[in-house]
Design a protein around this ligand. Structure first.
Ligand code: ADP
Ligand code: MG
Length: 601
């Protein structure tokens, strides 16, 4: 994990190197101040030991012997008690400065950690908008949501939180170790023998933590997916008395998640007692070895206690460091999950030399187009063309591939084989945005957003033109119900348009397509949810709109496509017939059968 995850995190931090640098410098200041705070115990003890008439230490460190002589002079002049008071004053001052610098350092980090998770969330959302729709039919929605919320939070808490330790602990560690070496290199060498052992233990736990964390996150994704599905399908679950089934299914998932998380925490909680135990072992050894040195008269007792105090300060950053490694391992699992989205191939995207499309001039041609959802080929060798101004109808049994053709034409997906040509140019060589500006679509399922009616109709436009809004609504036969709804244009349609009826939703979608006023119109069963009366009105509106335009109309009610310039009959992903209504009625074929079936009383 390490090198790659570290690199990722570093690249996230890059924009904030100023803040991080400031944090680092403040940490250096903090480390120095901390050391002096802790070392101040030595003169303090020295003063006390003086009372018991201990002989002056034989320490050979020039710095310490200087302090010793200054202290001796001070005690000679003012007495021991006032020397004690002086030391306490020094400690309070040092402690204040040390904690002030620590707070200032944390302030820098506070900004960085939240900013990084903001950046990551923003980048992820933009990526999600760019991914092809094929990606979403492969992934579970709930799992995606879990990655974009939960895993991001985990990254903030663990990985970025660990940064805090990484920028601080090593400084403290290095300074303390240097001090320790200066005081007694023999003792310090003894202490360091334990380093490889703890390093090995840490890496072992870290690895198993990461694996457990990754499985835990995956399982949480499943759980959220199920909640999402349940909320969406609530009406059906209730009406079909399916609550027990869903409750059982959820119980299983939930229990599975519990087991994974239980295992994870068992490992995570092991890290802290384990490092504490190791450090206490090391301290005992130091007590034994260091005590021996003092007893032999090679070091003053005050200095050994000072040594131990500084050493106990090594333990804290060493632990912080090993815990940071655990945190990163746990966060790395989340980072991997987020990166699976971040680096998912954007199959539908502009080629580097893509050209902007000025206006649709001449024709659309499907040339040997085949398409497969994963392994399942649903379109086979489709060939047809649409001249500018024509209305082409696509008919066929459900599941024959009509909607898939519409999706290919707006380039929500790319064909697996063959090509779509626009005015003789491959669709894939055109700038996506410029092509989609030419197209208005009414999709089979009415897709509305939790916004006002006006915003839903003028979707994708920065500001709306009231005149156009009204005329689009009038053409879609939606004016009446819009004006009757509370708040009229400002009426919020609810989640997915849940506050509207099926027919109302569809009329808003039609109004949305009309509002764009595009040269090419794609209607995928645009009137399927309307009652006969509304359909008649909307049908007229659609026919008005289709004049002077090129359109591809998918309809299962065949009465609505009779006036099309050409009708393409699709069956199981293949074109089986093509021609005008009159010509197709002359043939014995699928079309005639379908028409006759619908004409039955
Ligand atoms: P139609 O619009 O003619 O009813 P579609 O184009 O929606 O048919 O679907 C054609 C075939 O593709 C169907 O057999 C359907 O099962 C399959 N299909 C549609 N969408 C997906 C998808 N997202 N993933 C896998 N298969 C799909
Ligand atoms: Mg369809």
């Amino acid at each position: 994990m390490k090198s790659k995850a570290f690199k990722e995190i570093l690249s996230l931090c890059l924009p904030y190197k100023g803040e991080l640098m400031a944090n680092f410098l403040l940490n250096v200041l903090n480390a120095v101040l901390s050391l002096f705070t802790f070392l101040s115990v030595v003169p303090f003890l020295y003063i006390l030991f003086k009372v018991e008439g201990q002989r002056p230490s034989t320490a050979s460190y020039s710095a310490w012997s200087k302090i010793e002589s200054v202290l001796n002079d001070y005690i000679a002049q003012h007495g021991q008690v006032s020397a004690l008071l002086l030391m306490c004053g020094v400690i309070v001052t040092l402690a204040f400065l040390k904690n002030a610098s620590n707070y200032l350092a944390l302030l820098r980090i506070a900004k960085v950690r939240t900013a990084i998770s903001r950046d990551l969330r923003g980048a992820l959302y933009e990526k999600v908008l760019r991914l092809s729709v094929a990606f979403y039919s492969n992934e579970k929605k709930g799992d995606l949501i879990s990655r974009m919320t939960n895993d991001l939070m985990e990254i903030e808490f663990s990985v970025i939180g660990a940064l805090e330790a990484l920028l601080k602990a090593p400084i403290m560690l290095v300074f303390s170790l240097i001090t320790l070496f200066v005081i007694s290199w023999q003792l310090t060498l003894f202490a360091l023998i334990f380093l490889p052992l703890s390093g090995w233990l840490i890496s072992k736990i870290a690895k198993s933590l990461k694996n457990a964390a990754k499985r835990g996150k995956g399982s949480l994704g499943e759980l959220i997916a199920m909640i999402e599905e349940t909320l969406t399908g609530m009406k059906v679950i209730k009406v079909f008395n399916a609550e027990p089934h869903f409750a059982d299914k959820f119980k299983d998932e939930n229990q599975g998640y519990f087991k994974l998380m239980h295992r994870l925490y068992k490992r995570e909680y092991l890290s802290s007692p384990m490092s504490e135990f190791i450090s206490l072992c090391v301290i005992s050894i130091l007590l034994y070895v260091g005590g021996g040195i003092v007893i032999n008269g090679n070091m003053s007792g005050a200095l050994l206690i000072g040594y131990l105090v500084v050493f106990s300060q090594v333990i804290q950053p060493a632990r912080a460091l090993s815990e940071a490694i655990f945190k990163i391992s746990k966060g790395a699992a989340s980072l991997e999950r987020v990166n699976e989205i971040m680096y998912a191939p954007e199959s539908v995207q502009d080629q580097p030399d893509a050209q902007a499309m000025a206006a649709f001039e001449d024709s659309i041609t499907f040339q040997n187009v085949s398409f497969a959802y994963q392994e399942n080929t649903v379109l086979h060798q489709i060939n047809f063309s649409i001249q500018k101004g024509e209305t082409i109808a696509l008919v066929g049994p459900s599941g024959s591939g009509k909607s898939t053709i519409a999706s290919l034409l707006v380039r929500l997906m790319d064909p697996t084989a063959g090509e779509i040509l626009i005015d003789g140019q491959p669709l894939s060589s055109l700038k996506l945005k410029s092509w989609r500006e030419q197209v208005g679509v009414v999709t089979q399922d009415s897709i509305l957003f939790n916004e006002t009616i006006a915003n839903n109709i003028a979707l994708g436009s920065e500001e709306w033109d009231v005149e156009r809004l009204h005329s689009a609504a009038r053409s879609a036969n939606a004016m009446e119900f819009i004006e009757q709804s509370p708040g009229s244009w400002e009426f919020n349609v609810g989640d997915g348009g849940s506050k509207l009826s099926g027919g109302q939703k569809q009329r808003l979608c039609i109004a949305r397509a009309i509002y764009r006023n595009p040269p090419l119109l794609i209607l995928d069963e645009a009137t399927s949810a309307l009652d006969t009366q509304s359909e008649q009105v909307v049908q007229n509106a659609i026919e008005n709109m289709m004049q002077n335009r090129t359109s591809l109309v998918i309809a299962h009610r065949l009465s609505t496509v009779q006036r099309a310039s050409r009708i393409i009959v699709l069956d199981q992903g293949k074109i089986v017939q093509m021609g005008t209504h009159e010509a197709l009625m002359q043939e014995e074929g699928l079309y005639k059968t379908l028409v006759e079936l619908q004409e039955l009383p």
